[in-house]
Design a protein around this ligand. Structure first.
Ligand SMILES: [Fe+2]
Ligand SMILES: [Fe+2]
Length: 280
């Protein structure tokens, strides 16, 4: 079983030549399933990019969680409707959005779950941060009159992902030795890399999902003999973090305009635990 992972493709910044070249690379890389951990495109172009990607890899299942950029120039409800439509179309029978309770068997001993998550505003300086993301202007649900109102929305988004993992992760760990979690924002501050170091406390409120990390840690502690690997992106700098002995977080790197494969992983192979694939 080979799981191909890519993150932060940002196809909205990729010209057609490079997009086609990336699709050829995807189609010619041997794998049994593909997982994309968000920021695939922007709200306006997500549908056409996903349809082209899914059809390029033919029958290989593609599992998707969205990232903040996938909602740009749109809203949660509008993009949700787009995802329902593209995942139901006969043009892309292999396309699946994670986050609806599914536990996808990967190998004999491993399975995949996922939820997009969100930067929940709790990391680093919290509400004391003065960082202003484009998210707050370009996603209509995040338009807010006050900073307090905005941070309440971010906190609620993080909590929704935490609740999801509290519900789904125990079910997956009860059945499988190694559970892979796909999410967009690193769920631990220590996994929010920036050029080889931890992200600045100014950025950590938006580069980490503390609520989801609390949930994952709490549940993983109840299954010390089992393992959890988180695949995420968002910070565009790669790194591996071990927030607990049985939790590993792989954060994928990215460059705008240059989509890449983060790694091809063997989900059942625990020998890779300390040397995860070829991710950059
Ligand atoms: Fe991104
Ligand atoms: Fe992102």
């Amino acid at each position: 079983m080979r799981l191909l992972w890519a993150t932060d493709l940002h196809l909205e910044f990729t010209d057609d030549f490079l997009f086609q070249r990336f699709l050829s690379l995807l189609a010619s890389t041997p794998c049994d399933a593909i997982v994309l951990t968000g920021d695939i495109s922007s709200g306006r172009s997500l549908k056409q990019h996903l349809l082209r990607l899914a059809s390029a890899v033919k029958s290989t299942p593609v599992y998707v969680v969205l990232g903040n950029h996938d909602f740009y120039h749109s809203s949660f409800a509008q993009v949700g409707a787009v995802m329902d439509e593209v995942c139901a179309t006969v043009e892309a029978p292999n396309l699946n959005e994670l986050g609806h309770g599914e536990i996808i068997p990967l190998g004999e001993h491993s399975a995949l779950i996922g939820h997009r998550g969100w930067g929940d505003g709790r990391g680093g300086l919290g509400i004391g941060s003065d960082v202003e993301l484009n998210d707050f202007r370009l996603i209509s649900d995040l338009h807010s009159d006050t900073k307090r109102q905005l941070f309440a929305k971010l906190k609620a988004l993080g909590k929704a992902s935490a609740n999801y993992f509290r519900e789904t992760l125990p079910k997956a760990l009860a059945q499988y030795n190694h559970v892979w979690i796909a999410t967009h924002v690193p769920p631990f501050e220590c996994a929010a890399w920036h050029e080889g170091a931890n992200s600045d406390p100014e950025y950590l409120p938006h580069f980490s999902n503390v609520s989801a990390g609390e949930a994952i840690r709490e549940i993983a502690e109840r299954y010390p003999e089992k393992r959890v690997t988180v695949l995420c992106g968002h910070t565009h700098s790669s790194g591996t973090a071990f927030p607990a002995p049985n939790i590993r977080v792989l954060t994928g790197g990215a460059v705008y305009g240059s989509p890449r494969i983060a790694a091809v992983l063997n989900p059942d192979d625990l020998a890779e635990w300390n040397a995860p694939g070829t991710h950059r």
